[in-house]
Ligand binder design. Structure first.
Ligand code: ASP
Ligand code: MG
Length: 485
């Protein structure tokens, strides 16, 4: 059995949905003894939908009725557009269209109750964020049925059981395995393709949780482990894990084989193509993961080696010793830096800890932070869409602080991070000094630095408008372009 996970960009619009259906059908038809025919699909929300759902919930908590209503209307038309384009049969179109309308009606009711309460809890936020995957799974299953593939949408709230750590819940594997074996396995054995919602789950009592932003990959690995899958294939919009973002460096190379540890490490540094927790569930059972591009699919059955471009990245326990290994440059734009501190020397580590604690409780991801004692402040890097929420949380925390002392808040918008993640043994002089001198040579302004206790990786926070140039320069300077690794 293969678990195929399709990310948000792979189903960004009607044409992408059709493309995914083509891939599933091509795979299904070509499957033979060497590639198992049984498949399970895990799907993300359409790209951008989860962000919009959360933005709507935050607007509701601030009483901005028109904002959340507009968001709901936008989501309705975007999803109905796909249904209109791909479901030719009238009754199918009405059935799925009606389902989408009902679900979004529920969403609006939820928004309204958040508006009444005037407060958004992480639990409420998870309930809201779960709508995107519910919609996309129903649509994909219907699109497959319209092409005569037996498919059925299944909500992971019925399958993946987690603790109640809302916003980043942890799966309880025994119960999850039991449910998947009981409810999903029989479907697969009857020749039905289950289309499972990624990212979302529920507690034992049935309260909706999420696995963390980008958690659809994690869901796929959980499902794969629970069903003893042969492999888990993560489909996205790039050719695997690369030496740099191919939109910035077109000649970036694909890292064709990585170990679980190497892949997890790259993911922790922000390689968006893989959620960092994804390798956990599959490591124990040694299930291989593959990262493939739905916009550049390989031919089936997979013939790795021959079809190097489409072969993507294979992640296994023990990669082959003769694989090519390169450092990777991971860049993230659309970020803000927030400095929280005191105007005098009353800033303490406890206050820094409190700030991080509150942000985590409020579901704000902090991508990088550094503590400056001379400036009496903590510098935090967050996504731009989280900036306002982050400031609100910090204001609330420190305005009501016991001492009531003067705190300071500063924001630097439009920053980016670049991480250079090396591999032991790649270059004796160390990747960190290489990266520093390259940035100096290029004249990149470095706002903050974070480094692990190894010489193999380092992260920089820099102005966003210098990101692309710097990445291209680094890629060349580190010798990732030609054959001189
Ligand atoms: N839809 C979720 C998100 O945007 C999960 C995912 O795409 O993997 O974070
Ligand atoms: Mg993703």
């Amino acid at each position: 059995m293969i678990v195929h996970k399709f990310g948000g960009t792979s189903i960004g619009d009607a044409q992408c949905f059709a493309n995914v259906a083509d891939i599933v059908i091509a795979y299904y038809n070509k499957a033979n003894e060497t590639t198992p025919r049984e498949i399970v699909i895990v799907v993300s929300a359409m790209s951008g939908v989860t962000n919009q759902l959360i933005a709507g919930a935050r607007a509701a908590a601030e009483g901005k009725d028109t904002v959340y209503r507009e968001i709901k209307a936008g989501l309705l038309s975007r999803h109905l557009e796909v249904v209109e384009a791909l479901l030719a049969d009238n009754s199918q179109r009405h059935e799925v269209g009606g389902l989408i309308e009902d679900r979004l009606h529920d969403l609006e009711r939820l928004y309204r109750s958040i508006a009444v309460l005037g407060e958004l809890t992480v639990r409420g936020c998870d309930a809201v964020a779960s709508f995107g995957e519910q919609l996309s799974a129903s649509i994909l299953a219907a699109v497959l049925r319209a092409r005569s593939v037996r498919a059925q949408a299944v909500s992971a709230t019925q399958l993946i059981v987690t603790d109640d750590n809302f916003g980043a819940a942890t799966p309880l594997m025994d119960q999850t395995r039991q449910r998947l074996q009981q409810r999903v396995k029989p479907l697969v054995e009857r020749g039905v393709i289950p289309v499972i919602t990624g990212y979302i789950a529920a507690t034992e009592n049935g309260v909706t949780t999420t696995l963390g932003r980008g958690g659809g990959d994690f869901s796929a690995a959980i499902v794969g482990a629970a069903l003893d899958a042969d492999e888990v294939w993560i489909w996205s919009d790039v050719d695997g894990i690369l030496t740099a973002d191919p939109n910035i460096v077109p000649q970036a190379r694909t890292l064709t084989e990585l170990s679980y540890t190497e892949a997890a490490n790259l993911a922790y540094f922000g390689a968006e193509v893989l959620h960092p927790k994804t390798v956990r569930p599959v490591t124990e059972s040694g299930i291989p993961l593959r990262i493939l591009n739905s916009f550049n699919p390989p031919s089936f059955p997979l013939n790795v080696g021959e079809d190097e471009r489409g072969g993507g990245t294979l992640i296994v326990e023990t990669p082959s010793p003769d694989r090519e290994l390169w450092p990777a440059i991971i860049s993230t734009s659309g970020l803000s830096m927030i400095a929280v501190g005191s105007q005098d020397d009353t800033w303490t580590l406890q206050m820094a800890a409190r700030a991080l604690q509150r942000l985590s409780e409020a579901g704000v991801d902090v991508l990088m932070f550094s503590q400056s004692f001379s400036e009496h402040s903590l510098n935090l890097v967050v996504r731009q869409q989280d900036q306002a929420h982050c400031l609100k949380v910090l204001r609330r925390e420190f305005e009501n602080g016991k001492q009531g002392s003067a705190y300071s808040l500063g924001t630097k918008e439009q920053v980016a991070t670049i991480s250079v993640v090396g591999v032991p043994g790649w270059n004796e002089t160390g990747i960190v000094s290489h990266a520093f001198s390259a940035l100096g040579k290029h004249g990149t302004r470095v706002i903050a630095v974070a480094q692990a206790a190894t010489e193999h990786s380092v992260s920089f926070c820099i102005p966003e408008d210098q990101m692309a140039d710097t990445v291209r320069f680094l890629h060349r300077e580190l010798g990732l372009e030609g054959g001189n690794g």
